[in-house]
Design a protein around this ligand. Sequence first.
Ligand SMILES: *[C@@H]1O[C@H](CO)[C@@H](O)[C@H](O)[C@H]1NC(C)=O
Ligand SMILES: *[C@@H]1O[C@H](CO)[C@@H](O)[C@H](O)[C@H]1NC(C)=O
Ligand SMILES: *[C@@H]1O[C@H](CO)[C@@H](O)[C@H](O)[C@H]1NC(C)=O
Ligand SMILES: *[C@@H]1O[C@H](CO)[C@@H](O)[C@H](O)[C@H]1NC(C)=O
Ligand SMILES: *[C@@H]1O[C@H](CO)[C@@H](O)[C@H](O)[C@H]1NC(C)=O
Ligand SMILES: *[C@@H]1O[C@H](CO)[C@@H](O)[C@H](O)[C@H]1NC(C)=O
Ligand SMILES: *[C@@H]1O[C@H](CO)[C@@H](O)[C@H](O)[C@H]1NC(C)=O
Length: 925
Amino acid sequence: MASCSRSTHPVPRHYSFGLWLTSILLFTAATTPTTKGCVEGEKDSLLDFKTGIVKDPSSRLSSWRGRVDCCRWSGVVCDNRTGHVVELNLQNSDPDNDEMSIGGEIRPSLLLLTHLERLDLSNNDFGGIQIPEFFGSLTKLTYLDLNGSYFGGAIPPQLGNLSRLRYLDLNSLHDLTIDGLHWLSRLSSLRYLYMGGVNLSVASHDWLQAVNMLSSLEGLHLHDCGLTDIPSSLSHVNLTALATLDISDNLFNSTIPNWLWKLHRLSYLDLSFSMFHGAIPAGIGNLADLRELHLSDNSLSGPVPTEIGILNSLELINLTNNLLSGSLPTEIGNLSNLNILSLSSNSLDGTVSELHFARLTKLSELDLSENSLVISVDYNWVPTFQLQSIQLKSCKLGPAFPRWLRSQNSIEDLDLSNTSIEDVLPDWFWNISAFSINLSQNQINGTLPTFLEQMTNLATLKLSINLLEGPIPRLPPYLRYLYLYNNSFSGSLSSISLPLELELLDLSHNHISGNITSFICNLTQLRILDLSSNQISGEIPWCWQETNIIIYINLADNKLSGEIPSSIEKLTQLRSLHLNNNSLHGHLPPSLKHCSGLVFLDLGDNKFSGSIPTWIAQNFQKLEVLRLCSNMFFGNIPTELGQLHHLHIIDLANNNLSGPIPRSFGNLNATKIYRQRKLTSQYNRLTAQYISYAALNVGRPFRSLNFDGTYDDSITLTIKGNSLIFSIIVYLVNIIDFSNNNLTGEIPVEIGSLSTFQTLNLSRNNFVGQIPATIGGMKSLETLDLSFNKLSGGIPQSLSDLYSLNHLNLSYNNLSGVIPSGNQLQTLNDSSIYIGNAYLCGAPLTKSCYDLKSNNVTKEDNKDESFTPSYYLSIILGYLVGLWSVFIIMLFKKNWRVFYFQMFDKIYDRAYVVIKIRINRLTTD
Ligand SMILES: *[C@@H]1O[C@H](CO)[C@@H](O)[C@H](O)[C@H]1NC(C)=O
Ligand SMILES: *[C@@H]1O[C@H](CO)[C@@H](O)[C@H](O)[C@H]1NC(C)=O
Ligand SMILES: *[C@@H]1O[C@H](CO)[C@@H](O)[C@H](O)[C@H]1NC(C)=O
Ligand SMILES: *[C@@H]1O[C@H](CO)[C@@H](O)[C@H](O)[C@H]1NC(C)=O
Ligand SMILES: *[C@@H]1O[C@H](CO)[C@@H](O)[C@H](O)[C@H]1NC(C)=O
Ligand SMILES: *[C@@H]1O[C@H](CO)[C@@H](O)[C@H](O)[C@H]1NC(C)=O
Ligand SMILES: *[C@@H]1O[C@H](CO)[C@@H](O)[C@H](O)[C@H]1NC(C)=O
């Protein structure tokens, strides 16, 4: 048995205990009672116990003093007839406050409390010491609570001697280990067992056998125990008294076992997040007392069984995040006690009508989002329930705005995004008292009412991707998150009254004009500001203060003029700065240096001038994206840029830069720049999945604050001659674009170490010398453009080893000799790749090299075939290699593109949710 590094000094127990006991007994006999009530020997035992508690920062045991009746000490309860101590309650009632927790050694003096029935040491900090074996000798004990008190090491099997124990709580003791659970089956009086978070994986095969001996058990909590096995049948189910069963967050890769339905007293069942698959058994109808059914986050498939309608006591059904299909049984409408119904993120289809809600008078939370359900109720339907939370995202409700909402006076949270509503919002809607409203991604038209400011509860308003127009009226006073992007709002920005508590303002892609007012600087809670793609003019405000905590500024695609204000130095938390496509000018101000957390800097398509300052490299250690293209920068590319180890998008095209490419660029190897960097290795598999879904999601329109508080950055890049907008997958794009400058010298051989870069564009410069053979090291290269330079010599054979290369341009140089063939180059058989090099010969050029044997270049023209479905399919399968090919194809085929994104949007959202849950659990544990 490995010793636990955290355990305290071992005490030679056999020696000290005996000696100590004798001395206590002698001591007790010699003293006279000082107070009534407390039994003297027990007081001394408690005082000795106290000496073991060396950690008690808030002096919780200060009342434990010799002259006071020990029955009056805090946490000590005596029998009022005999004076014996029957209960020791040293629970820390404020678990988040470490100051309140006690710790140290638990001395065997406790054994003298021979009448002790209840012992509660929960939420303290015993520093990982073992649960004392002598607890097994406290034979009168009925209640033992060690929840979250940081015991470690092996659970002593002696605990099995506590035959009177009714309540055992070992929850959240993550450092405990077990050899087996045989001791458990001897606790014949046990009613409640809590072992959530204890690693029971070694007992995976027989945990149920041990538990099944506990015929008095009423509550069993074994969530997050690493259990992998659950028997599909049990010959005899002993657990007839079981009312609560929580075995969620385990690793059962199994169907739901049928013996569960023999637990006739069951009222709370939690099997969520435990890898269950297969159908929900019809046998579920045998539980008549069931009140809460938690089956979320599994892979359950098939229909929702109609038998669920028999469970008349049900108050909560959570089937979120499964693979359930078919239509929703109308029997669900019989559940007159149902309070919460959550079926989101499944594959349910068909129609939901009034019948499904017929008797649901107590329903308060309804979540049907992310299914293919059509909600079709009579226009004049008045439901019998009053909902607080309505989540119908991606159901079909429209085209008319649902009138039944008018009867709902208690709504707090409403999500009707992407529900096919094509209507104006009725005036009565704005009487809603909700704190969160999401109506994004519909075709809602008309204007916003002037009395919006009366909505004093509203904190989140999402109306993005609709057809709303007109000015933005006075906003609700306590609004914190405002998403109005992709509408047709107009009017002047300066006339919008922005609530002072605003944290996120996204007005991008509208027709808003006017100057940016300095009022923006007064929003001290603002973290995300996106005003991009409007007609905003004037200068960026000069008023930023230390109190501004903004992390994301996007003012791209507007008509801004002037320079970057020096007060930008106050924005020390700034992560993303998008100012591209405006008419800004001037040098990059040295004050920008202070924004040392910058990750994303896009100043492209402006009139900036001067040289690229070296402090960019020295101060922006976290920089991942640097886009300065289409400005008037001149001078050299600073060598220091090569030291930015996170830099993976460098676009300096269309400037007047001169000099060579610094050799230091070989150091840029932007490997694995993933947004989910913080995830621990145990979730790597999930992460990889998430990334591959996200990778396909180039044009995903839905934006929301990410769970780490960041907002998605998007960037326009020219790849293969096309301007493409990348949003979610920006972190996967690795590109160097220095095209159209006056750069000179040779292409450094160090370029070969950039094995993660997919695009290298050095065209339209004055590079000389040979193409370095090391270029074969750029294994991820998909686009290589070296055209319009003065490169000479032969084309290196290593080019043919770049298996991802699908766009090559070497035209208009002084290259000479035989064009290499074979491997990847064989597929690039377009003569325009090599045109303008007088001394090149061989296929695909018509000019043959006389000493070259004709090789087997096939002349098949694949162009038409390339648009067949199977071609698309092969591209999907190979997308990780040929990611860019997918994008290009999507540029051509609109229908296909739409389908593709819809499909992956859904998968992405799921992966996101799963990860989010995992992260929440990680951070709360
Ligand atoms: C002793 O305690 C019990 C339970 O707390 C209580 O019901 C009873 O009244 C008490 N008796 C006296 C004499 O205080
Ligand atoms: C049922 O419980 C009793 C009493 O604990 C035990 O003796 C018996 O073996 C248990 N039966 C099964 C099938 O586990
Ligand atoms: C689940 O079990 C199936 C066989 O029943 C197996 O193919 C699959 O790999 C298992 N999955 C995991 C994650 O263990
Ligand atoms: C239902 O399950 C989902 C997924 O685990 C969870 O996010 C949600 O909070 C649950 N809802 C209720 C009411 O328990
Ligand atoms: C909203 O759109 C509908 C259908 O396109 C149209 O009939 C109606 O006039 C529009 N209403 C407003 C206020 O723009
Ligand atoms: C910003 O707040 C200051 C006081 O904190 C106030 O004097 C100023 O007028 C405000 N600016 C705007 C544009 O409202
Ligand atoms: C907008 O700003 C520009 C320069 O910052 C200024 O000249 C102009 O007067 C402003 N316009 C309005 C309407 O405030």
